[in-house]
Design a protein around this ligand. Structure first.
Ligand SMILES: [Zn+2]
Length: 128
């Protein structure tokens, strides 16, 4: 079932900076923290190699991708592109190729959230 009402973080409702800070915190601790807006749920996230680049774009030996973050409580979401993971950190994408294709599109956050609730997304990065 599609859950509508996801709110893109933007400057007008003061959610832009907190949600981008949530990305920064996630990429610093490699574990989801509490939502910086409502503080009532842990941030959920998904990391993917950019579809506009070769499957594994390597720059200086590191992979770049996009991270999506969203809050299941207050429904704010955003994403950050060009994010680089340290060599010691990986994200295990457990989705099948066909599922990855289904994620995309106008309902991306809703799709990601449903995969999260089914336990199909990694809930933390793997730090070696
Ligand atoms: Zn929230």
């Amino acid at each position: 079932m599609i859950r509508l009402g996801w709110i893109p973080a933007n400057i007008d409702d003061n959610s832009h900076y907190p949600m981008h800070q949530a990305i920064a915190d996630l990429l610093e601790t490699f574990n989801p923290q509490s939502c910086p807006i409502c503080m009532k749920a842990k941030i959920r996230f998904y990391y993917t190699i950019s579809e506009f680049q070769p499957k594994f774009m390597i720059k200086n030996g590191q992979v770049r991708g996009t991270v999506w973050v969203w809050c299941p409580n207050c429904l704010h979401w955003t994403h950050g592109s060009g994010t680089q993971l340290p060599k010691s950190v990986t994200y295990v994408n457990e989705l099948e190729e066909s599922e990855i294709k289904k994620v995309k599109g106008p309902y991306i956050i809703d799709n990601l959230n449903r995969f999260w609730e089914k336990g199909r997304l990694s809930e933390s990065f793997t730090v070696i």
